[in-house]
Write a protein that binds this ligand. Structure first.
Ligand SMILES: Nc1nc2c(ncn2[C@@H]2O[C@H](COP(=O)(O)OP(=O)(O)OP(=O)(O)O)[C@@H](O)[C@H]2O)c(=O)[nH]1
Ligand SMILES: [Mg+2]
Length: 597
């Protein structure tokens, strides 16, 4: 027999029976209440001068019926241990005797304490049912912020899309945490569309799968559709959405990841239609960056990119509520909250921008000092996982983290090393690129990517063993172009040749000008690469003959550090040197220069 909780003494048998019958009701998924359940509760509210509460889970089953105010409830552990940024998965619908549905402070306190999906009070005023609801709308220090709406008529209350509302609330709670892990431990379904003239959809989706796994999700499957362009409202066709909805249930998917950036409206519509969290490639990449950021500057840059991405997407539930608000002739409470949120985010954005600007100024001071010392700077760029960090390690004996993961490197590392002729160079390892890199990220990382823009030479590292290396290379040039660094001198480094067994492939690659095939791991052709770097830097420099007097004894050491010394002869008048100098040093050492070669 289903149990009725709370203070039952003195209740009439018929009432107890009516209460027990409440367990029989079920509510369709995503719906707040049914007409029948509402009427049954209303009837009891009229007979009984006490509150009664019905607790319903997300499947729509009544899990508990209790008598007494909502403060006294202690719910059974209904849905396992849910994370603090999740709602309990239970809604509370209770009666208010006396005809006023307005939520009391006790109601709101138990809403926060129990993290109900929604807290609803129902009252009967002049034979008509009215409803008020409250829900969590954000964090505040050690508690939650709540919002209320109502009174609403039964028709208005039934119209609320509960699934959408709870999704929005949970997203809002998660967004609070900058290094949010929206995808971790989720079971993901991937969705893409095949368009002409783009990456093959299966290649793009397998890259998306790698991204999802890097973020910590388990990939349950992927689906795609061929279409000339994305649907404005749903990205894919309506029939495909239904198909995905079935697959989702079958596979127990908890998140759906789309392979392109979705518009805020598309995302909202898809979430509503699919009843599950929907994110896009950009959000996924931002999530990985958030997990990976280590340095202060890196974290700021990621937060900035996330805020800019989220700003236009705020307020899903605001819309739900303004619609409600419109219906009852008041201003939607969600709307004001939304304005406050937007303002708060804009303030935070400008604070971070200032902080990043400061760090950038600091960094460029460093760079200026380095430039004044006229050591050539070389930046390693390339698709993520191409082997940039491995190559830096090989070239400089550095110990930068290199792993078989996407976006292993976020913060730039600069190391000093010597070319075979003795000339010193600075090598900088940078964050990897990817196709469809969110533009908010490129903008936010402009500070650290400044190293690329300022470099004298770029080493474009390509994973030559990757089936898509050519398309990856095009994607890299697109990002370089966006940074304004696409016209710099470049050496194309085809890496991982130890993994290619077809020498014709390697040969074909090397037809590209200024290119070389290496293996950063096996160390193949690293010496050739260094010689090539030397040659490229030299091409920019002037071959000169100098006579250095014996009394300027420190000069030779200086010359060795900044130039390539080709020959040295000790003569009576001084040291005869032939060396390759940058135009700046040629100018500076002009007093000893006796001729060009
Ligand atoms: N077989 C082989 N593997 C390599 C070679 N170079 C790098 N790798 C491997 O490729 C993976 C990625 O290397 P990283 O150096 O981290 O690549 P990255 O370009 O710095 O990647 P991100 O920082 O994530 O953009 C690692 O597992 C390396 O061990 C190579 O020449 N041969
Ligand atoms: Mg790296």
């Amino acid at each position: 027999m289903p149990e009725i909780y709370g203070e039952k003494t003195g209740l009439k048998k018929t009432i107890i029976e009516n209460l027990e019958q409440l367990y029989e009701y079920t509510v369709p998924f995503g719906q707040t209440i049914t007409d029948e359940l509402a009427q049954a509760m209303g009837a009891i509210a009229e007979q009984l001068n006490k509150e009664i509460a019905v607790y319903i889970n997300r499947r729509g089953n009544v899990v508990q019926v209790a008598v007494g105010d909502t403060k006294t409830v202690s719910l059974p552990e209904t849905d396992g241990r849910r994370a603090l940024n999740r709602l309990s998965g239970i809604r509370c619908i209770h009666t208010h005797p006396g005809g006023d549905s307005q939520l009391s402070s006790v109601d709101l306190a138990s809403l926060k304490k129990m993290r109900f999906d929604i807290m609803v009070a129902l009252a009967v005023r002049e034979n008509i049912l009215e409803f008020s609801l409250g829900f969590i709308s954000g964090h505040c220090p050690d508690s939650y912020e709540v919002q209320t709406a109502g009174p609403l008529s039964l028709a208005e209350f039934v119209q609320i899309d509960l699934n959408y509302l709870t999704n929005q609330i949970e997203q809002l709670l998660e967004a609070k945490d900058v290094s949010s892990t929206i995808v971790q431990t989720e079971k993901a379904l991937l969705v893409g569309i095949e368009r002409q003239g783009e990456w093959d959809v299966s290649d793009s989706l397998s890259e998306l799968a790698q991204l999802a796994e890097t973020a910590g999700a388990e990939v349950a499957g992927s689906v795609w559709q061929k279409r000339s362009r994305a649907d404005a409202a749903l990205y894919i066709g309506r029939g495909k959405v239904q198909e995905i909805s079935l697959i989702r249930q079958e596979l127990g998917v908890t998140i759906i990841i789309f392979d392109d950036e979705l518009s805020p409206a598309q995302q909202r519509n898809l979430e509503q239609a699919l009843g599950v969290k929907v994110i896009d490639r950009s959000a996924l990449i931002l999530d990985i960056f958030a997990q990976r950021a280590r340095s202060h500057e890196g974290k700021l840059q990621v937060e900035l990119a996330q805020l800019k991405y989220n700003l236009p997407r705020l307020g899903g539930q605001g819309l739900v509520l303004s619609r409600l608000g419109g219906g009852i002739g008041t201003r939607g409470p969600g709307e004001t909250k939304l304005e406050v949120d937007r303002r708060r985010i804009r303030t935070r954005i400008s604070d971070i921008e200032k902080a990043i600007e400061n760090l950038k100024a600091h960094r460029s001071l460093h760079r200026e000092r380095r430039q004044a010392s006229e050591i050539p700077t070389i930046a390693l760029v390339g698709y993520t996982n191409a082997g940039k960090s491995s190559l830096l390690n090989k070239l400089t004996d550095a110990e930068v983290l290199a792993e078989d993961k996407l976006f292993a490197t976020l913060d730039p590392t600069t190391r000093r090393t010597k070319l075979p002729g003795g000339q010193e160079i600075l090598l900088t390892d940078t964050v990897g690129f990817i196709q469809k890199l969110p533009h908010q990220l490129i903008a936010a990382f402009r500070g650290t990517l400044e190293e690329v823009v300022q470099a004298d030479l770029l080493l474009h590292v390509i994973d030559a063993s990757h089936p898509q290396f050519e398309k990856q290379s095009i994607a890299v040039y697109q990002v370089l172009k966006e940074l304004g660094a696409d016209t710099k001198p470049v050496i194309t480094v085809f890496n991982k040749i130890d993994k290619i067994d077809n020498e014709f492939v390697t040969e074909r690659m090397l037809r590209q000008a200024d290119s070389i095939a290496v293996s950063a791991v096996a160390g193949t052709h690293i010496d050739k690469l260094l010689a090539m770097i030397e040659g490229t830097i030299k091409a920019k420099s002037i071959d000169a003959r100098l006579i250095i007097p014996y009394d300027d004894s420190g000069f030779m050491a200086k010359l060795y550090a900044v130039a390539t010394v080709n020959s040295v002869e000790y003569q009576a008048e001084g040291i005869y040197v032939s060396a390759s100098l940058s135009p700046e040093y040629w100018e500076r050492f002009k007093k000893y220069v006796v001729g060009d070669e």
